[in-house]
Design a protein. Sequence first.
Length: 249
Amino acid sequence: MSASAPTQTWLIVGATSALARAFADRAAKEGCSLILAARDMDATRVLADELRGRHGVAVSTIFFEAADRASHAALATSLKEAEAPNVLLAFAIMLERQTFEPDPAVAASLLDVNLAASASVLMHLLPVVEARPGARVAIVGSVAGDRGRPRNYVYGASKAGLHAIASGLRARLHKAGVSVTLVKPGPFRSPMTGDRKGLGPLPSPESIAATTWKAAMARRATVYAPWHWRWIMLVVRLLPEPLFKRLDF
Ligand SMILES: NC(=O)c1ccc[n+]([C@@H]2O[C@H](COP(=O)([O-])OP(=O)(O)OC[C@H]3O[C@@H](n4cnc5c(N)ncnc54)[C@H](OP(=O)(O)O)[C@@H]3O)[C@@H](O)[C@H]2O)c1
């Protein structure tokens, strides 16, 4: 008698984000168990109930606050028992320059949440995934990390740092048989882009989650979402500095 395939578990860090909600739905639809990690426990429990009701899979919840390092360590403990552990990192804050330039502490705290906390979470999870060949780690970066723009360059810096972590971690975990997928979305519909004018019609979080899911399953290294951002960012990266510095975007 052949042994049945182990149940895949996804630990979703930042589970209340629009992208994470859509990804969780996709993973649950595929029969995966979920561990939802977020700081708003009421919203997370409601989400867990919905996912259990819709897909009949096991869903647990755990407190995660970027500023609370003890909550990072607890994530590793929660994932240790999983037969086949996987991780999606999908929390962040996005602030524009009018918010952080007058208040340097805000710039520092943005980096604390998006970059320092991500590094800490990933280091806590490293031994857990390294011990499980076949595990997948998916990290949500951003096109904003490809080149700093005047509008949101500290956010861009946090994502550029995360891109470097994803690249190093991918090479670090390769021998262990663990894949690290970096997703770089362009703007999509979510509370993060809620009141920003001039972005035009945006893709849905579901479409970004579908790309994320497919890329993680295929163990892709880096994907843009939607795909055309790959070419847009190639042009943006190649713009000569004398031209780039004249653009106020
Ligand atoms: N939306 C876009 O256009 C866009 C574009 C490129 C990349 N991305 C990236 O995609 C990912 C998901 O974005 P989204 O737009 O779906 O996000 P979102 O809906 O705005 O949600 C942001 C998430 O981050 C969590 N969070 C913020 N500060 C936190 C903290 N201190 N501790 C713990 N959690 C914290 C929020 O928790 P609460 O619900 O408790 O506030 C929420 O779950 C992010 O990495 C974002 O940078 C988004």
